[in-house]
Design a protein around this ligand. Structure first.
Ligand code: NAD
Ligand code: DAU
Length: 328
């Protein structure tokens, strides 16, 4: 199994999950080790996998690695919306050209591909409505990140239809869990508090996200790999929607901190609300989130950051310096 982006947050958790639950796979990770990739995420399993440092846009390298595997799970991407608002070029390159490069190799060697995507491709939903995204919701991406992921999804769908590539897609909601980069919402707030700083809420904090534990995401990916219908898209989401303000207040409560938080300038074009209807995944493949209690899942995640300062301390200063440039 070739895992692209396996040194990032979800990809590394996927590698750990696979070795624990699906030991029949020999895992090879391809990762460019950008600022978001970290060999330490795979340190405890380094002897059980093959690691190749390289770029998913490198056609020769990708061709060789795809030829040597049976199945590819494609996580590699630029993943942070705020960065895409500052400089979209790496997003266009990795997310679009990288996916194209992989698709051509998969097509040449007739390999199975699962493409990891996001609910951000659908744009956003009104705050107070019962609406949720479905597999049929038209694409209406808001940010350069979302537009690049939407483009990659459309490439995969075209390669399925025109060339018969054996691919599936999944679009998941916001993930949380260990090894998430400190630039992202939950780790940024948790590590701020651990470092004696204050949480930072964009705008009013009313924006709503649907929170899914990373292991529940990765369990769904394995179900799709095993039994998903080729050419199909599956939405993944726990159903647990929270405003950003609620999350910050929950983190403060779980960490026993009464210090409060700061409001900072809002993200331009900030999507209001994401919510996935994951009934296709639940009905067809029997997926259910194991981490159905967000409070307990967040408490365990906070413990992980508390116990692993060595992991995040070297990353935080650089991440906060980038936020100062962005004014957030
Ligand atoms: P991440 O930024 O933590 O990790 C991305 C990984 O890809 C890093 O290890 C990085 O080094 C690698 N990478 C980047 N450019 C590369 C290139 N050109 N060649 C090879 N490797 C490269 O991202 P993440 O949060 O783990 O997201 C993984 C995937 O899941 C992405 O496709 C993202 O769109 C999708 N996704 C993320 C979430 C979420 O909440 N984080 C939710 C739904 C979907
Ligand atoms: O929905 C899936 C998407 O979730 C993934 O495709 C993306 O890769 C992933 O980064 C995430 O995107 P978001 O933009 O929703 O995540 P982020 O962690 O950047 O922010 C979550 C929410 O919190 C969002 O409404 C912005 C807000 N926020 C973020 C940060 C970093 C804050 O209020 N304060 C912050 O400091």
């Amino acid at each position: 199994m070739l895992v692209t982006g396996g040194a990032g947050f979800i990809g590394a958790n996927f590698v750990h999950y696979t070795l624990r639950n699906h030991p029949e796979h020999d895992v090879c990770v391809l990762d460019a080790l950008t600022y978001a990739g970290n060999r330490d995420n795979l340190r405890s399993v380094a002897g059980q996998i093959r690691f190749v440092e390289g770029d998913v846009c490198d056609a020769d390298l990708v061709d060789r690695l795809v030829a040597a595997c049976d199945v590819v799970v494609h996580f590699a991407a630029e993943s942070h919306v705020d960065n895409s608002l500052h400089d979209a070029e790496p997003f266009v390159r990795t997310n679009i050209l990288g996916t194209y490069t992989l698709l051509e190799a998969v097509r040449r060697h007739d390999r199975r591909l699962h493409h990891i995507s996001t609910d951000e491709v659908f744009g956003d939903l009104p705050l107070d409505s019962p609406d949720r995204f479905t597999e049929e919701t038209p694409y209406q991406p808001s940010s350069p990140y979302a537009a690049s992921k939407a483009s990659s999804d459309l490439l995969v769908r075209a390669w399925v239809r025109s060339f018969g590539v054996a691919a599936t897609l999944s679009n998941c909601a916001n993930n949380y869990g260990p090894y998430q980069h400190v630039e992202k919402f939950v780790p940024r707030q948790v590590t701020a508090l651990l470092a004696g700083d204050r949480p930072k809420l964009y705008g009013t904090g009313q924006n709503v996200r649907e929170w899914t534990h990373v292991d529940d995401h990765n369990a769904a990916v394995h179900l799709v790999l095993a039994d998903g219908r080729l050419g199909e898209t599956y939405l993944i989401g726990s159903g647990d929607e929270r405003s950003n303000r609620e999350i910050v207040e929950l983190v403060l409560e779980l960490m026993g901190d009464r210090g409060g938080y700061d409001h900072v300038p809002d993200r331009p074009g900030h999507d209001l609300r994401y919510a996935n209807d994951s009934s296709k995944l639940r009905d067809e493949l029997g997926w259910r989130p194991v981490y159905s209690d967000l409070r307990a899942g967040l408490a365990a995640t906070i413990d992980w950051y508390r116990d692993n300062r060595w992991w995040w301390e070297p990353l935080r200063d650089r991440s906060e310096a980038r936020y100062r440039v962005l004014g957030r």
